[in-house]
Design a binder for this molecule. Structure first.
Ligand code: MGD
Ligand code: MGD
Ligand code: SF4
Ligand code: MO
Length: 727
């Protein structure tokens, strides 16, 4: 028996682990109490890391799709096949005929951060997409406009705040997002114990709402007027005290004047006196952190909402104050050193809908348009890396049809999922336990400055490739086939970088940053090094040219006319609004192949208020049809007093039942895909982010007999449904 320290890369909390190995197998996973950030915390998902590692369905060798199903091929053949086809697409149809989609786990892998982006850059296509545009794009755009860098995002200083306002986030289930906060439950208990308050605005009484000091229902997609009315209140009651480096506060004052709490109340359902009181209490708390996440990002006014959230902190003096929202200073300052670009917008536009790029990426809601619309620059080939856009982006069904008809599809992934099943070749990297980790992203978003290097827990199996090696090979082999367009010097530098291992890269970066750590130092402190609480850093830390903050970016303020239109249109009658949800034991669209996480009561139901059910004569537990502009799904409904009347909720990441059994055990997990209902035509107008929340739907009793899934267990764990991948 042997103990090893590891790290969980499944969500943004980046918990430190203590693993037990027996005969080279992981037999137990516990939280590491010595970890200065996670302090021993883990959630049930960490234990499932070993399930993924041991999963017979996890691909260990490249596979190729043939008329007789999947066939394993050797690495050299597989990589050549990918490079040949990518290069052929580029030669015959131009660079933009190749599209790339990067999924969420990329930001959780060191190799993807050091080598994946370089690989994508080397392909030089404008058709680059990622999960960013179904997630945090408005945050990045607003940070770019106000602070000068897309990832210079202030983080709630949760360990010292006295007044924490949460709009559209559920950290009790998600463990925090754009706020790396392992052990949120304990930190919240500590907050309450020191007399602090947490106020939650959410159309569902979520796990977080239930432990809040106060929760308000807000009609989906209408937060914008509540936030603007809170800003209105700050000016109205003389509660603003912006720092000296903040410009154009007067413009904000003018802009928010029409948005009174009374008008906001009518549209949003939040009482005017509560809007005023929360704004006032927050402004006078002395240490307040105002935070908005998925619910106010993936909706029609995502950018205005995220701007308003920043303004609440900025105008009350809570930005850059202990207990407010603060910037991190990680040991590798990927933001300050420009390892990640500042961001740019509208340098090019998408071909079909004319949508602006941001930071080199186009909104993924338009990927299917680019594949399906003929003409010069039409997408003919796709490379996905650690993603599943068929389940995770709007109108996934249409995207699946589009992907199926491409000339060539390749995927870097270790599962056959609803998207990679359309691939011609799948290249599987090693599992997370078999690779080194240093978190280049989430230390930048953490509630405390720490640094930690975690060597691979298990040795890399013979003949396997790590993700960075796959990226290196795709980049070098494709470039060779396409032929050189850049200078020899540039090519040599790029190739040199691709050949430097992530571990060496981290060491170099650590040595050349402050406080001059090194890999050696970090290896002497495997649990992690504590660099202390967040510290005030403005205006120095700003990356705007003049080291000042423009409180009123034109791009965002121009969208206020659309908010006026929404106010004029009123709440709309008869329609239900669909929102998403996350469960502690889910992980976006994957991890449904592990029995440990999927057993027990199913959790895919449509949640609906009993009054809404009664109004439609629908019985609790029956199967209903949910219909939106783009599609319809059937699902069992569950009555829930936790829903705001007029709002229904479905989790995302489901929809595994297909007409084949490629997906192993996951295919027995019931539940439709919410993204067969979400509408790619609806975007946050400013950023191009997808609208995943507040989708208008109707719900009607289904003609089909009710499925009795409540009593059925999800996934039987037998091998009968195992994947058909053949050697
Ligand atoms: N309606 C609705 N839609 C949503 C959301 C929502 O709230 N509502 N949430 C959105 C959000 S926030 C996100 S981030 C996206 C996520 O959506 P995506 O990023 O498109 O998909 P994931 O479900 O994260 O799929 C991850 C895939 O990566 C693979 N994978 C895991 N680890 C690795 C690895 O180390 N290397 C490689 N190469 N592959 C790996 C898994 O096998 C899996 O196939 O979904 C979005 N979609
Ligand atoms: N267990 C688990 N943890 C995860 C993930 C997972 O899949 N499972 N995914 C990870 C990822 S990729 C991300 S991005 C984060 C996301 O982290 P969070 O943003 O904390 O998670 P969500 O559950 O999406 O929370 C969104 C909340 O917004 C509410 N909401 C919906 N519409 C509106 C609205 O119009 N206004 C308001 N005010 N609220 C609204 C929803 O009811 C929901 O409670 O979680 C990460 N952590
Ligand atoms: S909260 Fe859970 S899933 Fe997230 S890093 Fe920690 S153990 Fe992993
Ligand atoms: Mo996400």
């Amino acid at each position: 028996m042997e103990k090893r320290l590891g790290v969980c890369n499944l969500c943004e909390a980046i918990c430190g682990l203590e693993l037990t190995l027996e005969d080279g197998r992981v037999t137990s996973v516990r939280g590491n109490p010595e970890d200065p950030l996670s302090r021993g915390h883990i959630c049930p998902k960490a234990v499932a890391l070993q399930d993924v590692h041991d999963d017979p369905d996890r691909l260990r060798r490249p596979v190729r799709r043939t008329a007789d199903g999947w066939k394993e091929v050797d690495w050299d053949t597989a990589l050549d096949l990918v490079a040949d086809n990518l290069a052929r697409t580029v030669r015959e149809h131009g660079r933009d005929a190749l599209a790339v989609y990067l999924g969420n786990p990329n930001v959780h892998s060191l190799g993807a951060m050091t080598h994946g982006t370089a690989m994508v850059r080397s392909l030089r296509t404008r058709n680059t997409y990622s999960a960013t545009s179904v997630d945090q794009l408005p945050h990045q755009l607003v940070a770019h406009l106000m602070y000068g860098h897309q990832l210079l995002l202030p983080v709630p200083d949760i360990d010292r705040t006295q007044y924490f306002v949460v709009f559209g986030g559920n950290p009790m289930a998600s463990n925090g997002s754009l706020m790396t906060v392992p052990d949120f439950p304990r930190r919240l208990r500590e907050l309450k114990a020191r007399g602090g308050r947490m106020v939650v605005f959410d159309p569902r009484r979520t796990e977080t709402a239930k432990v809040a000091t106060e929760h308000h229902f807000v009609r989906p997609g209408t937060d914008v007027v509540v936030l603007l009315a809170m800003l209105h209140t700050l000016f109205d009651e003389g509660l603003t005290r912006p720092a000296a480096y903040v410009d154009r506060v007067g413009v904000v004052e003018e802009a928010v004047r029409p948005f009174t709490p009374e008008r906001a109340a009518e549209l949003s359902g939040v009482a005017a006196q509560d809007i005023r009181r929360v704004a006032r209490e927050f402004a006078t708390s002395g240490a307040g952190a105002f935070y908005g996440r998925m619910g106010v990002s993936t909706q029609a006014f995502g950018s205005v909402c995220q701007w308003a959230v920043q303004c609440m902190n900025l105008l009350t003096g809570n930005l850059d104050r202990e207990g407010g929202t603060m910037f991190t200073r990680p040991a590798i300052d990927a933001v300050g050193r420009g390892l990640i670009g500042r961001g740019h917008r509208g340098v090019w536009h998408s071909r079909v809908r004319g949508l602006p790029e941001f930071g080199g990426e186009l909104p993924v809601s338009t990927l299917a348009d680019e594949i399906l619309t003929p003409g010069e620059g039409q997408v003919r080939a796709l490379l996905t890396v650690a993603g599943n856009p068929v389940l995770s982006t709007p109108d996934g069904k249409r995207l699946a049809g589009a992907v199926e008809n491409l000339d060539f599809v390749a995927a870097v992934d270790f599962y056959v999922n609803e998207t990679t099943r359309h691939a011609d070749v799948i290249l599987p990297p090693t599992s997370a336990l078999e690779r080194d980790h240093y978190d280049l992203v989430f230390h930048t978003l953490a509630v405390r400055n720490t640094a930690r290097f975690t060597p691979a827990v298990l040795p890399k199996p013979e003949g396997a490739l790590e993700d960075w090696e796959i990226f290196r090979e795709i980049a070098l082999r494709t470039a060779k086939r396409v032929g050189a367009r850049t200078s020899l010097r540039k090519r040599l530098v790029a190739a040199g970088r691709l050949r430097l291992s992530p571990r060496r890269t981290v060491d170099l970066l650590l040595r050349t940053d402050r406080p001059r750590l090194s890999l050696r130092t970090l290896r002497k402190h495997p649990a992690g090094v504590d660099l202390g609480p967040l510290r005030p850093a403005l205006p120095d830390r700003l990356m705007t040219r003049d080291k000042r903050i423009d409180a009123a970016p034109h791009l965002v303020l121009d969208d206020l006319s659309r908010v006026e239109e929404a106010l004029a249109a009123g709440p709309g009658v008869g329609e239900l609004r669909l929102v998403g949800r996350r469960h502690q034991r889910d992980c976006n669209s994957w991890m449904h192949n592990t029995e440990r996480l999927t057993r027990g009561r199913p959790r895919h139901h449509l949640l609906m208020h009993p009054e809404d059910l009664a109004e439609r004569g629908i019985a609790d537990g029956t199967t209903v049809t949910v219909t939106s502009r783009v599609g319809a799904v059937e699902v069992e409904v569950r009555a829930s007093e936790d829903m705001m009347p007029g709002v229904v909720s479905l989790p995302h990441g489901y929809g595994h039942q297909r007409d084949d059994v490629l997906l192993g055990n996951a295919t027995t997990v019931p539940g439709p895909s919410i993204n067969d209902l979400t509408d790619p035509g609806e975007l946050d107008a400013v950023s191009g982010n997808a609208v995943l929340n507040g989708v208008p739907v109707t719900v009607a009793a289904s003609s089909r007999r009710s499925a009795r899934s409540d009593s059925a267990r999800i996934g039987d764990g037998t091998s009968a449904t195992r994947s058909t991948v053949a050697p």
